[in-house]
Design a binder for this molecule. Sequence first.
Ligand SMILES: [Zn+2]
Ligand SMILES: [Zn+2]
Length: 241
Amino acid sequence: MVRKRFLIHKSGCGVCGEPLIFNGTPKKMLCFYCEEEKQADVFCPNEHFICDACHRVDANDYIQKECLNSKQINPVEFANVLMHNENISMHGPEHHFLVAAVLLTTYNNVTQKYADLKKVLQVIRLRMVKIPGEVCTTHGGCGAVLGAGAFAAYITKNTALSQKTWGDIHRLTASAFLQVAYYGGPRCCKRNTFIALLAGQHWLNENMGVELEKSESIQCDFFGNNKDCIGRKCLFFASKQ
Ligand SMILES: [Zn+2]
Ligand SMILES: [Zn+2]
């Protein structure tokens, strides 16, 4: 029996809401939804495990659909709307595709560069799902930041042999990684998404001369769902004033 995917709990375990256990050594578990046996390094005390593919498929479908209907030119505003939807969890690998898709869509709405945005989003989605969940924890590189890198790599048609663009996209990800590092853990997919979007937006302006609409300030209002929120230490914490 394959269960219908539906994210009931936005934070903690998607099935029961219990705090997740991060296991340094992965163990084989059955995914709650697809019931395939996979290596699990994150699960809950009730032995619920949701595999990466199941974790993000509904979210990524939703993000892609919204992008195709969007006229947004403000990436932060657009991401905020998406992240409030029930398909997007507090933390999760769907933020990797979200950053790339939001930057591409707002860029395209300003420049009209791509006649077939759907095709572009599908290419980017395939690239982003190659990045595992928890990559920030296990590889030292936040996947949301790599979303900004994937956006820049795509629009510059970067290849392994490129010279200028190869360096340019690493400068973008490096600047965002430094900021992510500055705030430290616990990880927050919302904070990193905002950092990645702002870095991508700034890079686009500096390197490509394309200006996306800016938000005057970012006040993150997701902290109620984030028991690991660092509060006033975060540059986006909404209750700062
Ligand atoms: Zn659970
Ligand atoms: Zn699964």
